[in-house]
Design a protein around this ligand. Structure first.
Ligand code: SF4
Length: 297
């Protein structure tokens, strides 16, 4: 039995930079992080041991004159306002790709604001996800969040639509939404004026989107796949499903504690076992899983 780790799995550059920033800033003194720095319990625990204290929005409002790190997901303008009011120094580790998307949405909102056209800014993303909260904040929380095609009934197709996407969504699903909106708008053609537009911006991060094919190739080339991911990570759920589609012998684990005797038996019976993970899965954790399997089988 050979156990290999997928070279393309693991932190994206946005998360890597945020973690490196945390490690560097921790050396200068006390540091808080607004929300889990990454959707992976083991990595949060490792940084917690180095002194990084995770806080929520309620904590932020009560803190004064401290340093707070903003993670890669980005934040709405209200976070920066609270920090300024409370004399909090922001260590901004928001991913530049997310900041660029925030800027595009903000500029669209500002351009439309005050015009009584009823134009709709639409975000394809997961309601309540930190990145989406940051994006909604750019529109003073007026954007409409859709989680998939099933949410399209929230839109008025006779008015302008400006569609953006959360950076970690699926390119295929985004395209399906675009096609469906185009089709729905055709139905109401006569009722619509010339100035009613449909603009769509594929703002999906290619750092993540390009991983799917490589990950599926890796999953296909192994008999059993152990997918390592955090239970809170939406990216982990999506990528796990992508592996499962091409290799039904794929199992999801968060750490070695989830590796059951049945999984080990499955590994024992085959030639090639592959270990892979999400953009929030640390390499050291995949290495730990690999070592555990090698030593236990
Ligand atoms: S997935 Fe892309 S946009 Fe999101 S943090 Fe990583 S690099 Fe940045």
């Amino acid at each position: 039995m050979i156990v290999t780790i997928d070279d393309n799995s693991g932190f994206c550059f946005g998360v890597t930079t945020a973690i490196e920033t945390a490690e560097r800033e921790l050396q200068k003194g006390q540091l808080f992080c607004l929300g889990d720095i990454v959707h992976n319990g083991q990595e949060v625990e490792r940084l917690d041991k180095l002194g990084l204290e995770t806080i929520d929005y309620d904590d932020l409002r009560t803190l004064h004159n401290v340093r707070v790190l903003l993670r890669a997901h980005g934040e709405p303008p209200s976070t920066y306002r609270i920090a300024q009011q409370n004399g909090i120094e922001i260590i901004d580790a928001s991913c530049p790709v997310v900041l660029k998307l925030q800027k595009r949405i903000r500029e669209t909102y500002q351009a439309l604001h005050g015009k009584s056209t009823g134009a709709q800014i639409v975000i394809f993303g997961k309601k309540g996800h930190a990145e989406v909260i940051g994006l909604e904040g750019q529109t003073n929380n007026t954007a409409i969040v859709i989680e998939g095609i099933h949410d399209l009934d929230k839109l008025d197709f006779t008015r302008s639509i400006y569609l953006f996407s959360q950076t970690t969504k699926s390119v295929e699903e985004f395209q399906q939404i675009v096609d469906k909106i185009k089709a729905m708008r055709r139905i109401g053609d006569e009722a619509r004026g010339e100035d009613i537009v449909f603009e769509y911006h594929d703002t999906i991060c290619r750092n993540v989107a390009n991983r799917v094919k490589k990950l599926q190739d890796f999953a296909k080339s192994n008999n059993v796949v152990i997918f390592v991911g955090g239970k809170k990570s939406s990216n982990a759920k999506v990528l796990f499903q992508n592996c499962l589609e091409v290799n039904p012998c794929t199992v999801f684990v968060s750490s070695t504690a989830d590796i059951t005797p049945e999984i080990l038996q499955q590994c024992h019976a085959v030639e090639k076992v592959g270990v892979c993970g999400a953009t929030s899965t640390p390499k050291w954790l995949m290495e730990e899983v690999r070592k555990y399997i090698v030593e236990s089988v």
